[in-house]
Write a protein that binds this ligand. Structure first.
Ligand SMILES: Cc1cc2nc3c(=O)[nH]c(=O)nc-3n(C[C@H](O)[C@H](O)[C@H](O)COP(=O)(O)OP(=O)(O)OC[C@H]3O[C@@H](n4cnc5c(N)ncnc54)[C@H](O)[C@@H]3O)c2cc1C
Ligand code: FES
Length: 269
């Protein structure tokens, strides 16, 4: 059995630049693979000599490889983001709870910025099992058009799902929506009682999106959000990720909205 405390060596075999500060890495185990990951779960990725941070899986190829999309915001994420093919990184996991999209009815995926990364496995799964859902809608927001990840997949998503894209600030040539994701959510046709909504992005975006959906009639317990706090052990031992009564590495990151609602205001320890 894999020791959850021991980083397992993985080699970067592919690196795709998504935006100016975001890249998707495909990591191949140097020896044995980690146990399989499920959508919503994360790995602790270790850049040698720099440090370790939690990063969600952004695809599940099923071959033992790991796929992660990393936005460079600080020392560790910058080192991971810049890791070229051939670089060996450490990975521990899988950790955390999973998205529960409840097939057969309507699925609404709402993503802001890098929040699309943890939801991409859900979209890919929904595409592969399209018959399990009546309707699948993706509402995605980014700061600018240049900050949209997975541009090469958008055409396929748009062909088989309903996709609404909005940016905070337009740019020359952008003919799409400008504004926050809450605006399309307020008017989107919905069979609200039969909709499951999965939300990932900055906390204010998730809070306002959830409130909009609840006003529209989506049952709160059919809304799931992904919460982020600093993490160290990933295994429920160190307490770094405590948020109210939850240890987010174990009880999250994906939680039902009624659980998240009262915790949104709690600062990290
Ligand atoms: C469960 C989980 C899954 C995650 N999945 C992804 C992912 O798929 N892709 C990805 O790019 N990032 C993801 N993150 C965020 C990532 O872990 C942080 O960006 C990283 O820890 C920052 O560490 P650093 O040393 O690079 O920067 P730091 O030096 O620690 O921080 C630099 C700046 O970023 C801010 N920051 C730090 N952590 C976060 C955070 N969690 N959210 C927002 N701002 C933060 C700090 O306040 C600071 O301003 C995830 C976080 C969690 C908890
Ligand atoms: S990261 Fe240590 S308890 Fe969650």
């Amino acid at each position: 059995m894999t020791d959850p405390w021991l980083p397992v060596a993985h080699r970067v075999v592919r690196r795709v630049e998504e935006t100016a500060d975001t890249a998707t890495l495909r990591l191949r185990p140097v020896h044995d693979p980690l146990p399989p990951f499920r959508p919503g779960q994360f790995a602790m990725l270790y850049a040698h000599g720099v440090g370790e941070v939690p990063i969600s899986v952004s695809a599940i190829p099923g071959s033992g490889d790991l796929v992660h999309t990393v936005r460079a915001v600080g020392a560790v994420s910058r080192a991971l983001h810049g890791a070229e093919p051939g670089t060996v990184l450490g990975a521990r996991g899988p950790f955390g709870t999973t998205w529960e999209p409840h097939g057969t009815e309507d699925l609404l995926v709402v993503a802001g910025g890098i929040g699309l990364a943890p939801l991409r496995p859900v979209l890919r799964h929904a595409l592969a099992h399209r018959d399990r859902y009546r309707r699948v809608v993706l509402v995605v927001g980014a700061r600018t058009p240049a900050d949209l990840c997975y541009r090469d997949e958008f055409d396929r998503w748009a062909a088989e799902l309903e996709v609404v894209t909005t940016v905070d600030h337009g740019a020359p040539g952008w003919t799409g929506r400008v504004g926050f994701v809450t605006e399309p959510l307020a008017v989107l046709p919905l069979d609200a009682p039969h909709t499951t909504a999965l939300l990932c992005g900055p906390e204010p975006m998730m809070r306002f999106s959830a409130r909009t959906l609840i006003t529209r009639g989506v049952p709160p317990d059919r809304i799931q959000v992904s919460l982020e706090r600093n993490m160290q052990c990933g295994t429920g031992r160190c307490g770094h990720c405590q948020l109210g009564p939850l240890l987010l590495c174990r009880d999250g990151p994906v939680v039902a909205y009624p659980v998240a609602e009262e915790l949104f205001a709690v600062k990290e320890l």
